[in-house]
Design a protein around this ligand. Structure first.
Ligand SMILES: Cc1ncc(COP(=O)(O)O)c(C=O)c1O
Length: 474
């Protein structure tokens, strides 16, 4: 058993609790709490001493840093959203340019607002057959850096939400040759680098910072996350200050301990557990391929898209257009039958498969998805790629200037050609299709309205039907 200092301290405190005169206020008083709160311990004042002087957390973070080969590691209870914002505050000064993949998560976008950074957007390729993102061509990053030699960093999102992995090593070389660091939002890639069939993780590929959600592909509590960084091109003191500055002063001991435990599990049994996830995902893909009209993304997507190093073999992505079934209706039926999908819109399904799955869970997924699609068959329709993946933004102001500018809500038709002051995010995957500082473009609005009408949840904007849009006042 790998050593787990934080997890051990958590368990030891639960087994022999003090009489707490600290927060949390429920005091784990058996007369007041049930199993929900009985395991809730604060990090400080229970798992660690109140002043942190026992140093258990830094020990656990060091162990994770060693496993990922990083000089610095920070555990977070605020998801990769926290890490993204801390990274943005670390890289440059307000007004500086950074080259950023336009498939960024909204948290990184708000990191740019916080830090006052000026993004040079680069868009990954789109796969013509499926409409999915299909990798960031290294030459596109080189061109962006050549056009903006003053840019201070390159920021990628890898793997993509739908499992595409770009050639991060080639992009790291390009960034480093021009003297800038590469940061990678690997929220969906905590398992990368831990199985021979998977690509290396971003640090192995040469990136300078990696943020990953421990709760997504490995076994941490919901919200658990980590930032891992190398010292050579990153000011670690500033990263640490930003990370601490944005982190709650009351982290949950359970969430933090779960990161320690997830790291140990990955270290000890990760390859064996991933064997199952990879083999069973492939078996399910085979079953899906036998369903008439159902599009199944697999290794072939990387064969026809040169910017893709590979497709994450644990990732199941299905295109329903050829079956004529409406994905939202199918997903509703699946939910009634106890199967919830991470991503389901009208055309695409992306159930998350992790090392927590077994042959039985993946078989049940395949059984129920196939049954529900057969019940909902219709006329095949044309593929419409998700707006968030195809938007080619026209930037008129920095995100920060637009966010803080005076603004006004106007009917969508009047918003066309004006500068957006709000974030419009089809969810999932949480990628802004329109963001503060960008010119509101007619085709983007029309596509978003169509997505909203088709049942996609449009979030973080004042009017989710997109009848009105918040724009910068003239
Ligand atoms: C690419 C990307 N980055 C960051 C996040 C935020 O992660 P978390 O939910 O752990 O804050 C997400 C969430 O879906 C994401 O897709």
């Amino acid at each position: 058993m790998a050593d787990t200092p934080l997890y051990d301290a958590y368990r030891a405190f639960l087994a022999d609790p003090a009489t707490p005169f600290t927060v949390p206020g429920h005091k784990r008083n058996p007369a007041l709490v049930d199993e929900l709160l009985a395991i809730d311990l604060p990090l400080y004042g229970a798992v660690e001493s109140l002043d942190g002087s026992t140093g258990i957390l830094p020990r656990a973070e060091r162990r994770a840093g060693e496993l990922w080969g990083a000089d610095w590691c920070g555990f977070s209870v605020q998801g990769s959203s926290h890490g993204n914002m801390a990274i943005a505050l670390t890289l440059a000064k307000p007004g500086d340019k950074v080259v950023v993949a336009r498939t960024l998560h909204k948290s990184l976008f708000f990191g740019l607002v916080l830090a006052g950074l000026d993004p040079v957007w680069v868009r990954p390729d789109i796969d013509a057959r499926t409409g999915l993102t299909a990798g960031m061509p290294p030459e596109r990053i080189a061109a962006a850096l050549d056009a903006h030699p003053e840019a201070r960093a390159v920021m990628l999102i890898e793997p993509s939400y739908v499992g595409g992995v770009s050639d991060v090593a080639a992009i790291a070389e390009i960034a480093h040759a021009r003297g800038v660091p590469l940061t990678v939002d690997a929220a969906w890639g905590a398992h990368l680098g831990f199985h021979p069939a998977l690509p290396p993780h971003a640090l192995q590929a040469g990136a300078d910072i990696l943020v990953t959600s421990v709760h997504k592909h490995i076994t941490g509590f919901t919200q658990s996350s980590m930032v891992l960084a190398q010292r050579e091109r990153i000011d670690i003191d500033r990263l640490e200050a930003a990370f601490e500055g944005l982190h709650t002063t009351s982290p949950s001991g359970g969430i933090m301990a779960s990161i320690d435990r997830a790291r140990a599990l990955l270290e000890e049994r990760g390859t064996a557990l991933l064997d199952v996830a990879i083999a069973e995902s492939e078996r399910a893909r085979e079953r899906f391929r036998a369903v008439e009209g159902l599009g199944v993304v697999g290794a072939d997507i990387a064969e026809r898209n040169p910017a893709l190093l590979m497709h994450d073999p644990t990732k199941i992505v299905l295109s329903l257009v050829g079956t004529g079934a409406n994905g939202i209706a199918v997903a509703d039926v699946l939910e009634e039958r106890g199967i919830t999908l991470e991503f389901a819109d009208r055309d695409t399904f992306c159930p998350v498969i992790t090392l927590g799955d077994t042959a039985e869970t993946i078989d049940r997924l395949a059984d129920e998805v196939i049954r529900a699609i057969e019940e909902h068959r219709g006329d095949p329709r044309d593929l419409v790629p998700l707006t968030a993946w195809t938007v080619d933004p026209v930037t008129a102001m920095t995100p920060r200037d637009a966010f803080f500018a005076d603004h006004v809500r106007v009917p969508a038709a009047e918003a066309i050609g004006r500068i957006a002051a709000e974030t419009v995010v089809p969810y999932p995957p949480g990628i802004p299709a329109l963001a503060p500082g960008e010119v509101v473009q007619g085709p983007v609005v029309e596509a978003l309205q169509a997505e909203a009408a088709a049942g996609t949840s449009i979030r973080y904007c004042g009017d989710p039907n997109l009848e009105t849009i918040l724009v910068v006042a003239e």
